[in-house]
Design a binder for this molecule. Structure first.
Ligand code: HEM
Length: 466
């Protein structure tokens, strides 16, 4: 017989435990609470009860349970989509299944995460390298990498490439970054008290989030209008054309889930999820290697031996770049971009680690707690890529490394994200040795959690190696 709803920290009137959560390192706080309340505990965020899942065994069980594959309804998101639940990231059931299948199928055919996309990423890497070479002061990498990430994704979604110094693009990337830091993955005060959204000033975190949402939405809507005006149904150029074609095919089908609102929300999901996380991961990788010059040196030695300086590293080099692979895995372990995944929700009553989880309970799966478990890793706080290298020198693949999640809700962009991180990061360390600009001291690298985890502000000097 299942135990009841999992117990947890105290519930204060109206607000529950929400105001006591440490906003900018919420994954760490949630993990800490598990030492008192157990790996699966219940917590009230406002009047709603939520379940937090920690540790490998419990997270693995939760991710394998399809009854926990829903998404909670969240006020902020419903406001983004004019009161509807649309897109792929925050939908569930048949709509989600159909749209996710269509999206993955067509993005893959267009070259998503495949060798044919490497040329595009190499072009972006070369442009980025040029821009860094021409900078005569220390640089803030995150916006620059954000621009690269947009171009890499947009090549498949919208078919065009933006100029790196396009001011509109830079504003968009900047607002996206701010939005991801201002947001709260476990829900904000507006999600607890929806009526408050009318009173939130533009300068509040909620205002920043809505501003970011609307900026992306405007960008997507404009692109869709341009596609409609110029598309040739027989020769679809990119993902938006393919989707518009599918809409035409289903024109007379009232049951169809392919429509304008859905296309806007889907592209907004892909664009938001796919650009900030990518640039955050490369930034974290550069930040950690800059603070560990011995790691940077070893990386450069390996790349010089396997690739040399005459061409950019390619995905074909990957199996030979063992140390590089270990560094990137260690970056994901220590500073994965989505430590709490995207909130899940029980689609029906179910059981987790013997606890009863009622239908519609929000469930947060804490990947950080897996990746930082001292009993398993020994010295989880230490940046030590060697932990992923076996004594015989080969790469050690660890089943606990799931920075993209696992199961049916696993990140839709994993193949692209892995390829982008590898190609941009290796190109940068092949060409430059980075050092910190002491004007912005980085006292710790834990980063800033919002919707996702982003690096702390930092600037680097890039010394050319050739
Ligand atoms: C390093 C970069 C990235 C990391 C660490 C990451 C991680 C994640 C994680 C942990 C989830 C949630 C899994 C769950 O709910 O259990 C997720 C979902 C998702 N990601 Fe990523 N992601 C990254 C990059 C990308 C990229 C490049 C794209 C798109 C092009 C993307 C698109 C999505 C989408 C659409 C979902 C929602 C999937 C669904 O609900 O069915 N992500 N990601």
């Amino acid at each position: 017989k299942p135990k009841g709803f999992p117990p947890g920290p105290p519930r204060y009137p109206l607000v529950g435990y929400a105001p006591f959560l440490e906003k900018h390192l919420v994954h760490k706080h949630m993990w800490r609470l598990s030492s008192t309340y157990g790996s699966v505990y219940g917590i009230y965020l406002g009047p709603e009860r939520t379940v937090i899942v920690n540790g490998w065994e419990a997270c693995k069980e939760a991710l394998a349970n399809d009854d926990l594959n829903g998404r909670p309804i969240n006020t902020t998101l419903t406001l983004r989509d004019d009161g509807l639940q649309k897109g792929v990231m925050f939908t569930e059931g048949e709509l989600w299944k159909e749209q996710r299948r269509f999206t993955l199928h067509h993005l893959r055919n267009l070259g998503f995460g495949k060798r044919s996309h490497e040329t595009v990423i190499h072009e972006e890497a070369s442009e980025l390298i040029n821009e860094i070479e021409n900078a005569n002061e220390s640089i803030q990498l995150q916006i620059k990498l954000g621009v690269s990430a947009v171009n890499i994704l947009w090549a498949l979604m919208g078919g065009t490439r933006f100029h790196r110094d396009d001011p509109e693009l830079i504003t968009l990337v900047d607002k996206l970054n701010q939005m991801f830091r201002a947001g709260e993955v476990s829900g904000s005060i507006v999600d607890i008290f929806p009526f408050l959204h009318r009173f939130m000033p533009k300068t509040s975190n909620f205002g920043t989030v809505m501003d970011g949402f609307l900026e992306v939405k405007k960008f997507i809507e404009r692109a869709i209008d341009e596609h409609k005006a110029s598309m040739d149904t027989d020769n679809p150029r990119d993902f938006i054309d393919l989707y518009l074609k599918e809409m035409q095919k289903n024109n007379n089908n009232e049951e169809s889930t392919y429509n304008d609102d859905q296309l806007v929300a889907l592209c907004t999901d892909l664009f938001s999820a796919g650009t900030e996380t990518g640039s955050a991961s490369v930034s974290f990788a550069i930040l950690l290697c800059t603070l560990h010059p011995e790691v940077m040196r070893k990386l450069q030695e390996e790349i010089d031996t396997v690739v040399g300086q005459d061409r950019l590293p390619s995905i074909d080099d990957r199996p030979k770049l063992i140390y590089t692979e270990a560094v990137l895995t260690e970056v994901f372990r220590l500073r994965g971009a989505a430590p709490l995944t995207v909130p899940h929700c029980a689609v029906r009553d179910t059981v987790l680690q013997g606890h009863h989880i009622p239908a519609r309970t929000m469930v947060m799966i804490n990947l950080y707690s897996i990746q930082m478990d001292p009993e398993y890793w020994g010295d989880p706080e230490v940046f030590r890529p060697e932990r992923f290298i076996k004594p015989d020198g080969t790469f050690l693949k660890d089943e606990r490394m799931i920075p993209f999640g696992k199961g049916k809700r696993v990140c839709l962009g994993e193949s692209l994200a892995r390829m982008t991180l590898f190609l941009l990061f290796t190109a940068l360390v092949q060409k430059f040795t980075f050092s910190m600009d002491p004007a912005i001291p980085v006292t710790n690298t834990e980063g800033i959690a919002g919707f996702t985890l982003g690096p702390p502000p930092f600037k680097v000097f890039a010394k050319s190696r050739v």
